[in-house]
Design a protein around this ligand. Structure first.
Ligand code: PEP
Ligand code: MG
Length: 582
């Protein structure tokens, strides 16, 4: 029987192949029983060594803290040392090893579950939040138990051209073992669009889907599977009709890709000679490879928060400096707009935080988070300013809703500069500063906000969600999330026209900029700077090459006058009808 599963597509294309399951979760905690006293003693010794190593590492970090680092940092590490030496972490797991005859990792895991449960019941919010500290300490002990790394050894399987690899998740080390092999596709049950696995999928350029949740349960070894990495659909045991349909789609996809690849070295100029800037949205330094390959004019949005996610503690100034410098060097002189950490909401620094907040998208998110954590904010600003000497940097603040927020950001920037001067550090002094326009408040007041800064970028992903009161991550209201809704369009027109009148550079860096179906609409309302995922560049460029702005400007009038959201699609289709050819 044919079954379909849905996940998050991360690598394009369509593949047909045979399933190969890797049922062992890469993050599974080893669990085995001990049968002799000697085994128990060995486990206890291993555990004590891990505690000793963790202690040594924490003491080392504490000792080597730079003199100018925030005082909180030292306090934080001392707190971790104190927690480590508390019986609940350094001694109770030994009792579990003895009493339950289990290995050290499993004993630590049981103790971690017990402590987590105890913390859940604490009413005092401050104390409840210390749970995160305990888990961070346990995580460190865990890594030491495993020998410094959570990564497991390479995947020991035979891989073929038609292998569809399916796992709970892959660690980067595992992924290396199939990076050079030719496999048809890979699927994982966990992972988000920005997980390492997803990044790997994009860089391997093979069909891949993450967050399928049930692939390992539902798919059987050696079963025929279709992977549609464009729409994020997996079809298990397809019948002949479905198979033929997907074979046709796969051929069309490949043909389209070949055509688009020919556009790599062509400039994005409309038929009536208007030059359009195409920038890339990146989340990691690796994303620049594809941006460069597809000849992006620079980076229109670096989502710096990805450096802060999935880790115990925020990156320090040096780590950030190194990372931002790497990006700037790889961009080789092309402009790079670095957005300060857009944390909170769906990108909570600590996973537990997103579930505590009732309405995360309206809570401490974007620039509000940075302003609430001034030491972290200034650390990032210092790192950005220092990295700025290695390339063409601009700094941008996310989720701005008022002039007061911009002023606060600018004064933190000023303090960051003064701190660097005091430290005799070299840094870029005249960095262009911009804001993201992604709240209706910012959109409506864009003229005044814009006067405070050098450029703006429209974050339509959030602007649409806030304008239409529709959670961008909630499938149940996805039908209401309409980029062509008249209200959204009115705001976009207002923003772009105001920026043009004030001679301030304006780009759109939300997903709509990378959607070729919306390219003409954006060109017609005056957008000349698009920023998108590097994989969308060629399709958008193809649309630009076939467009004539003069004729689009009259054709867009019915769409601008339209207030009926149901008609918007139909009018847009007319705008997209191809009368010009490349
Ligand atoms: C946006 O909101 O459009 C945007 C580009 O920012 P993010 O998707 O990172 O929220
Ligand atoms: Mg946003």
């Amino acid at each position: 029987m044919t079954i379909a599963l849905y996940g998050i597509p991360v690598g394009g294309g369509i593949a047909l192949g045979r399933a190969h399951l890797l049922p062992q979760s890469m993050r599974d905690i080893p669990h085995y029983e001990l049968s002799t006293k000697e085994e128990r003693n060995n486990e206890i010794k291993r555990f004590k060594n891990a505690i000793k190593n963790t202690r040594r590492q924490l003491e080392q970090i504490n000792k080597n803290l730079p003199t100018k680092s925030p005082t909180e940092l030292g306090v934080f590490i001392q707190l971790h040392l104190m927690l480590l030496l508390d019986d609940s972490i350094s001694s109770d797991p030994i009792d579990i090893i003895k009493e339950e005859n289990v290995n050290a990792e499993w004993a630590l895991h049981l103790q971690s579950q017990k402590l987590s449960a105890q913390f859940e019941t604490i009413e005092d919010e401050y104390l409840r939040e210390r749970k995160a500290d305990i888990l961070q300490v346990i995580e460190r002990v865990f890594k030491n138990l495993r020998g410094d790394s959570m990564d497991f050894s390479s995947i020991q399987v035979d891989l073929f051209d038609d292998t569809i690899l399916i796992a709970s998740d892959f660690s980067p080390a595992d992924a290396i073992s199939f990076k050079d092999a030719r496999i048809a596709a890979f699927l994982t049950d966990s992972g988000g669009p920005s997980s390492h696995t997803a990044i790997l999928g994009r860089s391997l350029d093979i069909p891949s889907i993450v967050a399928l949740h049930h692939a390992l349960e539902v798919i059987h070894e050696n079963e025929w599977v279709i992977v549609d990495g464009i729409d994020g659909v997996v079809i298990i045991d397809p019948d002949q009709r479905i198979l033929e349909e997907y074979q046709k789609r796969a051929r069309e996809y490949k043909a389209k890709k070949r055509t688009l690849n020919k556009l790599r070295n062509t400039s994005a100029i409309t038929q009536d000679g208007v030059e359009i800037e195409i920038l890339a949205n990146i989340e990691t330094v690796d994303d620049i490879t594809l941006a460069n390959k597809n000849m992006a004019d620079g980076v229109g949005l670096f989502r710096s928060e990805f450096l802060f996610l999935n880790r115990d503690t925020p990156p320090d100034e040096n780590e950030q400096y190194q990372y931002y410098s790497k990006i700037l060097k790889k961009a080789a002189g092309k402009p790079v707009i670095m957005r300060t950490a857009d944390l909170g909401a769906d990108k909570a620094l600590r996973k537990a935080e997103s579930s505590i907040v009732i309405n995360p998208a309206l809570s401490l998110t974007g620039v509000r988070f940075s302003l609430a954590e001034p030491l972290m904010f200034r650390t990032q600003l210092r790192a950005l300013l220092r990295a700025g000497v290695h390339g063409n940097i601009s700094i941008m603040f996310p989720m701005i809703a008022s002039i007061a927020e911009i002023k606060q950001c600018l004064s933190h920037l000023q303090i960051a500069k003064e701190q660097l001067i005091e430290r005799n550090e070299v840094f870029a002094e005249n960095v262009p500063i911009g804001i993201m326009v992604e709240t209706p408040a910012a959109a409506l007041m864009v003229g005044s906000l814009m006067k405070q800064v050098d450029f703006i970028s429209v974050g339509t992903n959030d602007l649409i969600q806030y304008t239409l009161a529709t959670d961008r991550n909630d499938e149940t209201v996805a039908y209401l999330y309409q980029p062509t809704h008249p209200a959204v369009l009115k705001l976009l027109v207002h923003i772009i026209r105001t920026a043009t009148r004030l001679h301030k550079p304006v780009s759109v860096c939300g997903e709509i900029a990378g959607n070729p179906n919306l390219t003409r609409m954006l060109l017609a309302i005056g957008l000349r700077r698009f920023s998108m995922h590097p994989s969308n560049i060629l399709a958008v460029k193809e649309m630009i090459l076939s467009s004539n702005i003069t004729s689009l400007e009259s054709k867009i009038i019915p769409l601008l006058r339209n207030e009926d959201d149901e008609r918007a699609r139909e009018i847009l289709d007319k705008l997209n009808q191809r009368e010009e050819s490349i």
